[in-house]
Design a protein around this ligand. Structure first.
Ligand SMILES: Nc1nc2c(ncn2[C@@H]2O[C@H](COP(=O)(O)OP(=O)(O)OP(=O)(O)O)[C@@H](O)[C@H]2O)c(=O)[nH]1
Length: 360
């Protein structure tokens, strides 16, 4: 026979006081025991603590297909499994609950609440989860002897009581979507960056990238000094090629020159289109003499190449090598001055910033 009934309906969490005025001391003790059990298990996520609040012959259903009749060790295993799946605190809003005293040492607590969980960093609310706890009074207080959790809006018979699997599956899908979008964004960003640093005609780096690389190389000099040279190349009388064959042909010649340079340079050299018919090569770990030799081999390569125009295509180049007092501007300026010296000396030649011109 039901010895008493306490009923309360509120939207506070279980930690808040229920309507005690309607509860007998025994009913209140049952409500408190239930509250304590829920707090330890759901909020503190303490498996051992929750197991200590259950009797040794606890039974349960609605919380897993394998959860029917079990001893305390198996209950502990189930608790641990549940907590591993959802390690974050599960908060809840209690909607209603009632305590029924079945005897001096037996009571029932039933109720309904909304659960607020975090699964895969996603806040999820499960509505109207019903619970029934059969409580037994032992020497160490009220303990849970039987537990039943269910959500009426969900079909039962699954091996999961709460829609954990559905939620997890949804979270996995969302996670995959986020990863996919992140990957797409990273790709788009990479492509955009590539466009931003590339000369559209020749496919070489443009001035933006050259400046970046030069900054890095100059910074490296402050840590580990090593030879660093620049080769500034300007195609000779390029205007004539445009004038005689048209701008399009001129473009073709520029593309061919870029390709020939690419084939000849070392992988560590940074080649860029510096301006209209100007190219700049940054050559790390390259002493002045080696840079002069490289520039001259490029000069010979171009001068002897059969382009799609009848003119012989040549260039003049200035080579500048890093000095301790150098910054970006002074280094480029010396390469520029050397290049103009090569033009003045008759073109189709390479001039260094500190040694005399090499003859063609
Ligand atoms: N086809 C083509 N021509 C370009 C491009 N950029 C610059 N030019 C041309 O390159 C020519 C450079 O001419 P100038 O600066 O007078 O120099 P130059 O004729 O090469 O003579 P020097 O440098 O003195 O040997 C101009 O006619 C520009 O129009 C380009 O992207 N495509």
């Amino acid at each position: 026979m039901l010895a008493g009934l306490a009923y309360c309906h509120h939207t506070a969490t279980l930690h808040q006081e229920s309507d005690k005025s309607m509860s007998s001391p025994q009913q209140q003790a049952l409500l408190d025991a239930c509250e304590h059990y829920f707090h330890v298990f759901f909020v503190q996520r303490d498996a051992a603590g929750a197991a200590a609040l259950a009797t040794d012959d606890i039974t349960g259903f609605g919380t897993g297909a394998d959860e029917s009749v079990y001893d305390i060790d198996f209950a502990l295993h189930l608790y641990q499994r549940d907590i591993e799946a959802m390690p974050n605190p599960v908060h809840y809003t209690l909607k209603r609950r009632k305590a029924i005293v079945l005897g001096e040492t037996l009571g029932l607590v039933m109720g309904e609440c909304d659960w607020h969980l975090t699964i895969h960093q996603q806040a999820v609310t499960m509505h109207n989860v019903r619970f029934t706890l059969l409580m037994r009074l032992t020497a160490s207080g009220w303990k849970v002897e039987h537990k039943h959790l269910s959500q009426p809006s969900l079909a039962h018979g699954d091996d999961e009581p709460y829609p954990l699997k559905q939620l997890e599956a949804r979270a996995v899908v969302l996670e995959r979507l986020v990863k996919q979008r992140t990957h797409e964004l990273e790709n788009a960003h990479r492509q955009l960056h590539q466009v931003a640093i590339t000369d559209p005609l020749t496919g070489l780096f443009n001035r933006i990238k050259t400046d970046e690389v030069l900054e890095e190389e100059l910074l490296r000099q402050t840590r580990t000094p090593m030879p660093l040279s620049l080769i500034l190349i300007d195609i000779d009388h390029f205007k004539r090629i445009n004038d005689d064959y048209g701008h399009r042909k001129g473009d073709e010649v520029l593309v061919d020159i870029a390709r020939l340079f690419q084939q000849r340079k070392r992988i560590t050299d940074c080649l860029s289109r510096w301006g209209g018919e100007e190219f700049l090569m940054i050559c790390p770990d390259t002493p002045h003499r080696d840079a002069l030799a490289l520039a001259d081999s490029l000069r010979k390569l171009i001068a002897s190449h059969a382009f799609s125009v009848e003119h012989q295509v040549t260039f003049s180049a200035g080579v500048a090598s890093y000095r301790a007092e150098d910054g970006r501007d002074s280094l480029i300026e010396r390469a520029d001055r050397a290049m103009y010296a090569a033009k003045r000396a008759g073109r189709n030649r390479v001039v260094g910033d500190n040694i005399s011109p090499l003859d063609p």
